[in-house]
Design a protein around this ligand. Structure first.
Ligand code: COI
Length: 365
């Protein structure tokens, strides 16, 4: 290994980089979350020193003390964003400052240190610079970046850790769902909830996702790709899916999505879709939506389309909704027209095929 210095970051490159052949094989069919690049970012934090030792180093296992707080009390947060290769070979991040800001909000809620926005952006740039060959160029592919912070203090008392570390790993990515843009079925969890008032629902913390896994298994057992959670208080209102936000489209062209009540993740894709739809003149209502409104509207034809959205899922059409005692829609139903056209508009911006009028892209390499 040899070391060079970049502004504030030490870069130690791997001596065992993946060969071009092997990398090309991965990039030809990356799947989601299966393959990782040759490097990672690490920045340490302690109460005494604050953030320090920012570095890019070869990708590899972490050494953690078994008493580290993250292993016991799940003091952990993460982010998800993508880098896109444009036709001229350049690489761009989509709204990375929104992820930086959300990570700070998540950190506050989980009593973890907040990484300054400039450090977050620099960390992404540093990793993409050293691993730029891992950014795929095939249609619908990108490099998924996964920043995360863990509490790694060796202490079993239940209090905010005094030591933590921030990491970024990167994974070439194709479609999140195995069938790509094909419409998915959704299972409504009527027994389990994701987040309660005052809980951690708006934070991107691992605990929210581990709590969704058992209901997600139930969804799979019922032939569905994702679980939909309802509010914890009344079990009546739509919240979000296991790992993505949800939108409904009415026959008058207006869009509905659950309002951000504190228990729902403030999705960057969610916000982008709202902006794009409003710019086209569609009414977008962020409000409480009951499950009954969806079921009845779906059955009567008042609700014509539904879709899930998130960084990983992009925009994925929903064809049917199932619960213990009902099934609405049809697995074979085609994707909605507005769903597909909003998806196209968003991805055209991300891949540089349409002008970035909202100033959402930042060049990374
Ligand atoms: C994302 O879309 O980035 C997510 O966080 C969803 C999931 C892969 C955790």
């Amino acid at each position: 290994m040899h070391s060079t210095s970049a502004p504030a970051f030490t870069v130690t490159t791997s001596k065992q980089r993946t060969s071009q052949d092997e990398r090309d094989k991965v990039l030809a069919n990356p799947g989601f979350g299966l393959h990782f690049t040759d490097h990672m970012v690490v920045i340490d934090w302690s109460v005494e020193q604050g953030w320090h030792d920012a570095r890019v180093q070869p990708y590899g296992p972490l050494t953690l003390d078994p008493a580290s707080s993250v292993l016991h009390y799940a003091q952990e947060i993460f982010e998800g964003l993508k880098a896109y290769r444009h036709a001229d070979g350049s690489v761009w991040g989509f709204r990375p400052t929104s992820n930086a800001a959300r990570m700070q909000r998540s950190a506050k809620r989980l009593a973890l240190p907040e990484l300054p926005e400039a450090e977050f952006l620099e960390s992404i740039k540093q990793l993409v610079m050293v691993d730029h060959e891992w950014v795929p160029s095939a249609p619908e592919t990108s490099l998924y970046l996964r920043p995360f912070t863990i509490a790694n203090e060796r202490f079993l008392g239940v209090r905010a850790a005094q030591r933590a570390a921030y990491y970024v790993i990167a994974s070439p990515a194709g479609a999140y769902f195995p069938k790509g843009v094909a419409p998915v079925s959704i299972w409504v969890s009527e027994q389990y909830t994701r987040a309660a008032r005052g809980g951690t629902g708006a934070a991107k913390c691992g605990g929210n996702y581990s709590a969704s896994l058992m209901p997600q298994q139930e969804a799979s057992q019922n032939g569905c790709s994702q679980v939909l959670f309802l509010d914890a208080e009344e079990g009546k209102y739509l919240e979000e899916l296991g790992g993505m936000n949800v939108f409904l489209v009415r026959k008058d062209g207006s869009l509905l999505t659950p309002s951000l009540t504190g228990s729902i993740l403030e999705g960057v894709t969610r916000d982008s879709i709202i902006t794009l739809a409003r710019a086209r003149g569609h009414v977008v209502q962020e409000r409480k939506i009951t499950l009954d409104e969806w079921r009845e509207g779906f059955a009567s034809g008042e609700i014509t389309e539904a879709f899930a959205c998130g960084t990983a899922a992009v925009v994925t059409p929903i064809c049917c909704l199932k619960g213990e005692k009902f099934k609405i829609g049809d697995e074979e139903a085609p994707a909605g027209e507005l769903t597909l056209s909003l998806r196209k508009e968003l991805t055209d911006i991300q891949y540089g095929r349409a002008p970035d009028v909202h100033g959402w892209l930042q060049r990374l390499a």
